[in-house]
Ligand binder design. Structure first.
Ligand code: DC
Length: 300
């Protein structure tokens, strides 16, 4: 597993951090300063991690990618790792209904096949252990390519049936366990890691943020994103909006089992904020943490 990042790292200035910080005339480090130093994380024994969690639609992915682009860090899209497991599981015969029944203990654990485990929790765990996921990022153009083995699955893993299957599979604790080391490997020496339980996977992360957002707004964002229309044009009475709201509510309910606000240093509510607005709140925190990290105090 490896990362490639073809960004040339154009940085926006972090306005909040460009004022004199300590009253002694010195300037707080800007995003640009840190950008030129972010590559230094690869020389460190301890990785530099920004952990971002929050419910679906809270802006995790967009904000993580924006921060990564500004500071020339990688992104760990942990949801994509789970989605790849679901895609592979679907190809091997699993459906959301089947996994739901397995979780409820309503299906026999094993059915005969040449492993003797087809359709069982063990089968899912094996898929999670064996899966080969790789990302390629073009941060400049904000484009991520997801590879499952040699196959590009960027679009396949975003289908609604895969989203639903993923949220059931993600409830299997042994699957989560099997994916811990993969996520640590994918994080490399420095990244913005986004997804459920990132503070648990990376307890040593230098920045840990939990994003929150109002459910109705998250559904509006999802519809606007899928339909490529501005947020203001989303019709809250439309069947599409209602269906999206319903699915998000159900998914957040399932995901809430994996989601804990504890372990995060800061909570940020993104309701009513633009992507730029939320990013501007977070970048100065990351810049300060990166400079603290690079000053050497986190080398051991
Ligand atoms: O963030 P996302 O929508 O791509 O996540 C897809 C599903 O995977 C979602 O139901 C939550 C789950 N997930 C998880 O349980 N743990 C993670 N670290 C990331 C995602």
């Amino acid at each position: 597993m490896a990362y490639q990042n073809s960004s040339n790292g154009r940085a926006l200035r972090a306005q909040d951090s460009s004022d004199p910080a300590d009253g002694r005339g010195s300037r707080a480090p800007s995003a640009e300063d840190s950008l030129s130093r972010a590559s230094l994380t690869r020389d460190r024994a301890v990785p530099f991690i920004v952990a971002i969690d929050g419910p679906g639609g809270s802006g995790k992915s967009s904000i993580a990618r924006r921060i990564a682009r500004e500071l020339n860090l990688h992104v760990l899209d942990s949801g994509a790792v789970y989605r790849c497991v679901a895609l592979q599981a679907q190809r091997e015969g699993f459906t959301a209904k089947h996994v739901q029944r397995l979780l409820e203990g309503k299906l026999p654990e094993t059915r005969p096949d040449h492993w003797g485990t087809k359709g069982s929790i063990e089968h899912l765990i094996r898929i999670a252990r064996e899966i080969d996921v790789r990302f390629e990022y073009d941060l400049k153009n904000d484009h991520q390519t997801v590879f499952l083995g040699e196959e590009v699955v960027t679009k396949d893993i975003r289908h609604q049936d895969i989203s639903t299957l993923t949220s059931f599979i993600a409830q299997v604790s042994e699957v989560r366990q099997a994916l811990v080391q993969k996520q640590i490997d994918l994080a490399g020496t420095g990244c913005v890691a986004e997804g459920r339980d990132m503070a648990k996977i990376f307890p040593q992360a230098q920045v840990k943020i939990f994003l929150e957002a109002d459910l109705v707004e998250t559904a509006k964002r999802r519809v606007a994103q899928d339909a490529h229309i501005p947020l203001e044009l989303v019709d809250k009475k439309s069947p599409l909006f209602r269906q999206t709201l319903k699915l998000l509510r159900e998914r957040n309910k399932r995901d809430s089992k994996q989601m804990s606000k504890s372990g995060y240093d800061k909570r940020i509510n993104t309701t009513g904020k633009t992507l730029d607005g939320s990013t501007r709140k977070i970048v100065p925190l990351v810049v300060a943490a990166l400079d603290h990290y690079l000053s050497g105090s986190e080398e051991d």
